[in-house]
Design a protein around this ligand. Structure first.
Ligand SMILES: [Zn+2]
Ligand SMILES: [Zn+2]
Length: 316
C-alpha cells in the first residue's frame, strides 16, 4: 500500500507513491495550471496544491536578522546568550540555538513530572502576521491539560499505522523522502529537513530525527553530540525560509506526557514506538495569504517539489 496519495485534477489521474518500489515515479506537473489534491498520510487532511509555479519576487530588503542593519537586535528567548548578553536573533550562533534546545528539553521534562499536564511543547510565532504577541519575537513553552488536536490526529494515525505494519509512519515517510529526494531540503547527521508531500501552506518544512525517537526531550537531554547537528539544521532551515518570508509559525510536536499513563486513552502502549517527534515550520507568505481551510482541506499553491528547489537554492 502506498503512503503518499493524491489525485491530479482536472484530469483526475491518481498518484499513489509506493514506499517500496516507485521512487522514480513521481507526478509530472502539467505546466502551468495543473493542481493536485494530496492526502497527508499522517493526519489524512486533504491539500490542494501545485498551481503556483512562478518564482517569488526576490526580496530586495536586507534581512534584518542577517545584518548589518540599523534595526535593533530582536530577542528570541529570555535566557542570556553564551557571552552573557541578550540572545539576539541576528547572527545567532549554532551554539546558542543548541543551548536553547537543551533548555527547552529540560523544561519539558520538568513540566511532564506534573501529572496535570497532558502535553508540553514549545512554539514560536515570528512576525506580525504570524500572531507575534510581543514586540520582540519569543519562543514560548506551553503546558496544557489536553493534547492539541493536530497532535492527537498524529498520535492516532501513528498508532493505526503501527497496528497495521509494526512500523513508525514518520520513519517510513522519511525513508521514502530520502530515497526519492524530491522534497528533501537538507540532511545533517541524524536530522533531516524536508517539505512534506501534502503541505498546509507553501514552503511548509519539517525537521525530524532520522533515528526513531518519540520524545524531543530525550533527544535534547541525552544525545549530546547530535543536538549540535539539530541546532545547525534548524538555524540553516530558518535562514532559507527567511529568504522567502520573515513570518512563520514554528511548533515542536513531541510525545504527550506518558510519565503518568491514562488508562482511558488507547495510544499510550505503543506510543514510544509509533510516534516520532518533529518540528513543523509553517511560513506565512504575506502576498499570498489566501491559504484557507475548509473542513480540513488546505490550499497550498506552491507544491513541495517547487518549494524545496527554491529553499535549497536560497543563498544563506
Ligand atoms: Zn519513527
Ligand atoms: Zn506534527
Amino acid at each position: 500500500m502506498g503512503i503518499l496519495k493524491g489525485f491530479k485534477f482536472p484530469n483526475y489521474q491518481i498518484t499513489d507513491h509506493k514506499i517500496s518500489n516507485s521512487f522514480d515515479s513521481h507526478p509530472t506537473f502539467c505546466f502551468p495550471y495543473c493542481m493536485e489534491l494530496r492526502k497527508d498520510p499522517i493526519t489524512r487532511s486533504w491539500v490542494i496544491t501545485g498551481d503556483d509555479v512562478n518564482e517569488p519576487a526576490p526580496r530586495t530588503q536586507a534581512c534584518r536578522f542577517c545584518g548589518p542593519t540599523a534595526q535593533p537586535a530582536q530577542m528570541i528567548a529570555t535566557v542570556p546568550g553564551l557571552d552573557g548578553g541578550a540572545w539576539s536573533a541576528r547572527n545567532v550562533s549554532d551554539a546558542e540555538v543548541e543551548r536553547f534546545l537543551r533548555l527547552a528539553a529540560q523544561r519539558i521534562l520538568d513540566l511532564k513530572r506534573d501529572s496535570r499536564f497532558k502535553y508540553v511543547s514549545i512554539f514560536k510565532n515570528q512576525g506580525e502576521v504570524a500572531g507575534q504577541e510581543f514586540e520582540h519575537p519569543t519562543s514560548q513553552l506551553t503546558a496544557t491539560t489536553f493534547v492539541p488536536r493536530r497532535v492527537l490526529y498524529e498520535l492516532r494515525a501513528g498508532r493505526d499505522y503501527f497496528d497495521a505494519k509494526e512500523r513508525c509512519v514518520f520513519c517510513d515517510i522519511l525513508a521514502q523522502e530520502e530515497r526519492q529526494g524530491l522534497r528533501m531540503l537538507e540532511i545533517r547527521g541524524d536530522y533531516a529537513a524536508f517539505c512534506p508531500y501534502a503541505p498546509r501552506v507553501p514552503y511548509e518544512t519539517w525537521i525530524l530525527p532520522r533515528s526513531h525517537e518519540s520524545a524531543f526531550e530525550r533527544t535534547g537531554s541525552a544525545r549530546v553530540g547530535s543536538v549540535t547537528d539539530l541546532a545547525s539544521l534548524l538555524q540553516r532551515t530558518l535562514q532559507r525560509i527567511r529568504t522567502v518570508t520573515e513570518s512563520f509559525h514554528l511548533v515542536l510536536h513531541t510525545a504527550p506526557n506518558n510519565l503518568h499513563p491514562s488508562s482511558s486513552l488507547g495510544y499510550w502502549k505503543t506510543l514510544d514506538d509509533d510516534y516520532h517527534w518533529h518540528i513543523e515550520i509553517l511560513p506565512i507568505l504575506e502576498a499570498k495569504a489566501k491559504s484557507y481551510t475548509f473542513k480540513e482541506v488546505y490550499y497550498s499553491p506552491v507544491a513541495s517539489e517547487t518549494a524545496v528547489k527554491r529553499l535549497r537554492d536560497a543563498k544563506i
